[in-house]
Design a protein around this ligand. Structure first.
Ligand code: SF4
Length: 108
C-alpha cells in the first residue's frame, strides 16, 4: 500500500476535521427549537373591544383564530399579530380582510 506524503496526509486530516466541525454546527443549529415570534402590544394597534365604524371586527380578519374559551369567553380568539386574547367583536388597525388576502394568495 502506498502512503501519502506527510503534508498531504496532514492537509487531508485537517479537511476531515473541518468537515466534522461544520457538520456538528449544522446539527446544533438545526435542532434548536424555533423561537416564537414576538407579537405586538394591543395599544400599538389601537385595539378596541368593539367593531370599527364600518363594522369590521376580528372574525373578518385574516389574523383571527377563534377559540372556545379565554378572556372573552366563547367569543375569544387568538390574533397572529397582537399579544393576548382578542374577541369576535374586537377590532384593531391591523385588520386585514381575510377574503381579499386569500384572493391575493391564490393569485386572483
Ligand atoms: S389584527 Fe386586529 S382585527 Fe385582526 S384579528 Fe388581530 S386584533 Fe383582530
Amino acid at each position: 500500500m502506498k502512503s501519502e506524503p506527510p503534508d498531504l496526509a496532514r492537509r487531508s486530516a485537517l479537511s476531515r476535521g473541518a468537515l466534522l466541525l461544520a457538520g456538528i454546527a449544522v446539527t446544533v443549529v438545526s435542532t434548536r427549537p424555533a423561537k416564537a415570534k414576538a407579537k405586538a402590544a394591543k395599544e400599538d394597534f389601537g385595539f378596541q373591544e368593539e367593531p370599527n365604524e364600518d363594522g369590521k371586527s376580528c372574525p373578518g380578519c385574516i389574523n383571527f383564530t377563534p377559540k372556545a374559551s379565554g378572556k372573552y369567553g366563547a367569543d375569544s380568539g387568538d390574533c397572529a399579530l397582537l399579544e393576548g386574547d382578542v374577541c369576535k367583536h374586537c377590532y384593531c388597525q391591523g385588520w386585514t380582510d381575510k377574503n381579499s388576502a386569500g384572493a391575493k394568495k391564490a393569485g386572483t
